[in-house]
Design a protein around this ligand. Structure first.
Ligand code: NAP
Length: 482
C-alpha cells in the first residue's frame, strides 16, 4: 500500500534560512520527495533566501548535496534535475534592505505564496516587518514558523504580538513536527475511529498513562542551544505536550483545525501544577565512546537537564485521579517513542487472588516500528490449571498494511504540503503555545529558585533512579525502554 497524493496548486515557497541546517536536512529533502511523489507541480517556485552571497548554480549544488546526503533517497539524476529547475536563490538580509525588491519581483500573485521562517526566532520580527514594508504581505500568504516558539510565556507572547501585527492567526503555521508524524495522526484515528476504545478512555477504566520519548544520542551539534533550553523546553513543552493533548482531549466535533485545537487547549488549561517531588531531572554521564553532558556542552557547571520525568494530573471530569507520567531524555537505552494506556485491574478475579495483577494495556508506538500493541490476558496453554499470562496482540503497521515505509511521507513533507493546502489542523495555535508555557514556566522557575541540580544518570540507562521511583512508590512501573 502506498500513500495517496492529494494534488496541490502550484506555489511560490520562500525559505528564509535556506543555507541553514534545518533547510538542508529536512526542508529540501522533503520537498524533493513530494516532487517525486508528483505532489509539487512543476511550475512551482522554491526560493531560497539567506545573507550568503550565492549564485543560483551554487545554491542549486547546495540543495543537490543536501538531498543526496539524506541516505534513504534512491535518487535518479533526471528527477533531481527537474526538481532543481524549480529553485531560485535571492540574497536577503532579514534585518536590512538587500534583496527584498528582487524577491517581490519574482513572486507571482496568481500562485499560493508561503514564507518559511527557518531562521532564529530573534529575526522573525524583522522578516515580518520587511514582508510588510515591501508590500509582499497580503491576506492570502502564509508564514511557517519553527520551534522554539519563545523560551517562556513572556517571550512567546511577544512573538505572537509581533507576528499578529502583520498576519492573521489563520496565516500563521507554527510547526511542531511531531504533529506531522503518521502515528501521531493515527492516535486520533485509533481513538475516534473505533467504538472499542472511547467508552473505556476515562478515569473509570484507565489506571494511568505513560508517555516516553527517549533518544540514544547526546546533544550533538546543538550544544549551545540545548544547554540554554534543556529537555523541559526542548521536548516537554511542545512535543510531549502535544502527545498528551491528543491522548487526553475530548472528541472534537470535526477533524478541522479549530475543533481539534480548541480541544487540545482545554487539556492544557486543565493540567495541574506539578509538585517538585513529582518531577525528576537528570544529566547523562559519559559512555565508552562519548563524553558526559557537561563536557558535551562545554559548561562544567551546567544545571540544564538532558532528562526529565514527571507526573501530572488533569483536573477534568474524564481524567480526575488518573496520573499521566511523561519522560524524555538523551543518551538513554534505546530510541523509542510510545504511549501506554494502562487499564485498571478487574474489579474481581474469578480465578482467585493469584490471577490478579494482570492489567490490559494499549501501547501506541510512534517510533521505531510504528504500530499498536494490546496487552491481553489469556490462559497459559497446556495442563496445570488456570494460569494466566499476558500476551501482546501486536500490529506493526508496515507489516499489517504491507506498507512501503519509504513511501509514507515524513513529518516535514506532510506539514509543508498542509501549508500549501491551507490546512492548519496539525499546527499549533498561538493560545495553545502560550497555555503550554503558562504550565511549564512555574516548573522551570521553581528549579531556578531552588537552585536545583539535575541527577546524574548512566548513559545507556533508563534515566536516574529517582525517575523509576516516581512510579514505584505508587505501585506502578515504567515500561521498559527498548
Ligand atoms: P542555522 O543552521 O543556524 O541556519 C540559520 C539560517 O538563517 C542560515 O541559512 C542563515 O544564513 C540564515 N540567517 C541568519 N541570519 C539571517 C539574516 N539576518 N537574514 C537572513 N537570513 C539569515 O539554523 P537551523 O538549525 O537551520 O534552524 C533554523 C530554525 O529552525 C531555528 O528557529 C531553529 O530553532 C529551528 N529548528 C531547527 C532544527 C534543526 O534540527 N536544525 C530543529 C527544530 C527547529 P546566512 O548566514 O547565509 O544568512
Amino acid at each position: 500500500m502506498v500513500s495517496r497524493v492529494i494534488p496541490v496548486r502550484s506555489f511560490d515557497l520562500v525559505i528564509f534560512g535556506a543555507t541553514g541546517d534545518l533547510a538542508k536536512r529536512k526542508i529540501f529533502p522533503s520537498l524533493f520527495r513530494r516532487f517525486l511523489a508528483g505532489q509539487v507541480p512543476q511550475d512551482s517556485q522554491i526560493i531560497g533566501a539567506a545573507r550568503s552571497n550565492l549564485s543560483r548554480k551554487t545554491f542549486s549544488d547546495l540543495v543537490k548535496n543536501s538531498i543526496k546526503n539524506v541516505n534513504e533517497l534512491n535518487i535518479k539524476e533526471n528527477d533531481l534535475k527537474k526538481f532543481l529547475k524549480c529553485l531560485n536563490y535571492i540574497q536577503i538580509d532579514a534585518t536590512g534592505s538587500d534583496g527584498w525588491n528582487e524577491l517581490k519581483k519574482v513572486l507571482r500573485p496568481s500562485k499560493i505564496q508561503a514564507f518559511y521562517f527557518s531562521v532564529s526566532p530573534s529575526i522573525f520580527g524583522s522578516l515580518a516587518q520587511s514582508l510588510h514594508n515591501y508590500e509582499i504581505t497580503h491576506e492570502n500568504i502564509r508564514i511557517v514558523v519553527e520551534k522554539p516558539f519563545g523560551r517562556n510565556l513572556e517571550t512567546s507572547k511577544q512573538l505572537n504580538i509581533i507576528l499578529s501585527e502583520h498576519f492573521k492567526e489563520e496565516q500563521i503555521y507554527r510547526i511542531d513536527h511531531y504533529l506531522g508524524k503518521e502515528t501521531v495522526q493515527n492516535l486520533m484515528a485509533i481513538r475516534f475511529g473505533n467504538m472499542l476504545f472511547e467508552p473505556l478512555w476515562n478515569a473509570q477504566y484507565v489506571d494511568h498513562i505513560q508517555i516516553t520519548v527517549s533518544e540514544t544520542v547526546g546533544v550533538g551539534d546543538r550544544s549551545e542551544y540545548y544547554d540554554h533550553s534543556g529537555a523541559m523546553r526542548d521536548m516537554v513543552q511542545n512535543h510531549l505536550m502535544q502527545l498528551l493533548c491528543l491522548i487526553a482531549m475530548e472528541p472534537p466535533a470535526r477533524f478541522e483545525p479549530d475543533s481539534v485545537r480548541d480541544e487540545k487547549l482545554k487539556v492544557i488549561r486543565a493540567l495541574d501544577p506539578v509538585a517538585p517531588h513529582h518531577i525528576v531531572r537528570g544529566q547523562y554521564g559519559s559512555g565508552s565512546d562519548h563524553a558526559d553532558y557537561r563536557a558535551d556542552v562545554d559548561n562544567k557547571n551546567s544545571k540544564t537537564e538532558s532528562f526529565v520525568a514527571l507526573k501530572v494530573n488533569i483536573s477534568n471530569y474524564r481524567w480526575a485521579g488518573v496520573p499521566f507520567y511523561i519522560r524524555t531524555g538523551k543518551r538513554l537505552k534505546a530510541r523509542t517513542s510510545e504511549i501506554a494506556v494502562v487499564f485498571k485491574e478487574k474489579p474481581h478475579s474469578i480465578f482467585g487472588p493469584e490471577a490478579r495483577n494482570h492489567q490490559n494495556a494499549l501501547i501506541i508506538r510512534l517510533q521505531p516500528d510504528e504500530g499498536i500493541t494490546m496487552d491481553v490476558t489469556i490462559k497459559e496453554p497446556g495442563p496445570g490449571g488456570m494460569r494466566l499470562i499476558d500476551v501482546p496482540l501486536d500490529m506493526t503497521f508496515s507489516e499489517t498494511l504491507g506498507l512501503d515505509v519509504d513511501a509514507v511521507p515524513d513529518a516535514y513533507e506532510r506539514l509543508i504540503m498542509d501549508v500549501i493546502r491551507g490546512n492548519q489542523t496539525l499546527f499549533m495555535r498561538g493560545d495553545e503555545v502560550e497555555a503550554a508555557w503558562r504550565w511549564t514556566d512555574p516548573i522551570i522557575n521553581g528549579w531556578i529558585e531552588r537552585n536545583d541540580v539535575p541527577k546524574p544518570y548512566d548513559s545507556g540507562s533508563s534515566g536516574p533512579y529517582d525517575s523509576l521511583n516516581l512510579l514505584e512508590r505508587e505501585g506502578r512501573k515504567w515500561r521498559e525502554i527498548m
